[in-house]
Design a protein around this ligand. Structure first.
Ligand SMILES: Cc1ncc(COP(=O)(O)O)c(C=O)c1O
Length: 354
């Protein structure tokens, strides 16, 4: 199955394709078409307006009621703040300290002027957490995936990836022009068959899989690692949702399954458990080329120090309150505060998208 084979589940739908179905329209026609689509939805009682939150994000939030225009308290089930770090006093104190030291932002990309001692400190902490020599901090998980895939893979390489892979991984594939084949979600027999067909000494073969998500649970990480080792393929794990949550240290899904040292490339976002934005790829030292080959790293402004301070504060909390990460996830019992979404979604196979 090639990358252009259409929607196959997971967070990789293309609303433009779904609505326009390949029809070419001028901008004003598209705008009118989409306007009709939205008003039809509204008439059918579906409200897609973005709700405006006026309080810190926690289990309970204050939201402006679109009907009355007045604020009201609501329970939050949509946030990825799995560990309740979004409003944690330790995290807030670190952010305040960072603002005093570094002020607000930097105004440039890391290779130019956007690299401070707090960027260095966070890279070291993440590398230690993941047991690697280095870590690169990207401005978003989306950018990290696009940058890694398009930065590492060449036209003659092959990537074999789970059909539920995130849109950012798939967009990286499109940018790189790598030969791409996808296997049905968690179908290891199909993965093995594709590895058998496409692995060769002439090129690199990569395998893309997500670590774990609240709506599909954990991937069979040990078996995927063993298959990659058997065929000499390079495994990439997008652990956006597992980072901070899975494993005794909170290092992620690979730690949970005891295969941390056997996964060469893992991406973890700061937008889920750490509740801010950004992401890291902790590669081995010989992958320094990513700082120069990943265009989303090279040509995008660095995260402000206060955002990195929030991640460092979150890591401090994980270290001082080890009960937070280790219980979260559907294979373990006691979930810490802030994990409502994992409990609610653990039995679902797909998340409703809109
Ligand atoms: C599996 C996965 N990868 C990557 C991303 C992108 O991360 P971010 O929102 O931090 O850009 C997401 C976000 O939803 C995700 O779920």
């Amino acid at each position: 199955m090639r990358e252009d084979a259409g929607y196959s589940g997971g967070e990789n739908f293309d609303l433009r394709q779904m609505l326009l179905k390949g029809r070419s329209m001028r901008l004003d026609q598209k705008a009118a078409f989409f306007g009709r689509f939205m008003s039809d939805l509204q008439e059918a009682g579906e409200n897609l307006c973005m709700r405006c939150i006026t309080s810190p994000t926690d289990r309970e939030v204050v939201v402006v009621d679109p009907a009355t225009g007045k604020p009201k308290k609501m329970l939050m089930f949509g946030s990825n703040s799995y560990l309740g770090l979004a409003n944690h006093p330790t995290v807030k104190a670190r952010v305040e300290e960072a603002i005093r030291t570094y002020a607000i932002g930097i105004g440039g990309p890391p290779l130019l002027n956007g690299y401070t001692s707090i960027h260095y400190e966070l890279e070291q902490r993440l590398a230690d957490l993941k047991g690697t020599e280095d870590a690169l901090v990207f401005s978003s998980g989306y950018g990290a995936n696009v940058g890694l895939v398009s930065g590492l893979m060449n036209h003659n390489d092959v990537v074999i990836y789970d059909a539920y892979s995130h849109a950012s991984f798939c967009d990286g594939i499109k940018m790189s022009g790598v030969q791409a084949y996808r296997f049905p979600h968690n179908d290891l027999a199909r993965l093995a068959s594709l590895l058998g067909q496409h692995c060769s000494a002439d090129h690199d073969t990569y395998v893309g899989s997500e670590g774990s998500t609240p709506w599909t649970g954990c991937r069979p990480a040990g078996q995927i690692v063993a298959l990659c080792e058997a065929y000499g393929a390079i495994l990439i794990v997008d652990d956006a949702h597992g980072t901070g949550v899975m494993g005794a240290k909170g290092s992620g899904t690979a730690e949970h399954f005891g295969v941390e040292s056997r996964v060469p490339l893992t991406m973890g976002t700061f937008s889920k458990a750490f509740s801010v934005t950004g992401a890291s790829w902790p590669p081995s030292a010989d992958h320094q080329l990513l700082r120069f080959f990943a265009r989303s790293y090279m040509f995008s402004a660095s995260l402000p120090p206060m955002v990195l301070a929030a991640v460092l504060g979150g890591l401090d909390v994980l270290a001082s309150e080890p009960e937070r990460p280790s219980g979260c996830g559907r294979t373990s019992p006691g979930r810490p505060p802030g994990c409502a979404r994992w409990e609610l979604r653990s039995d679902r196979t797909r998340r409703s998208s809109l």
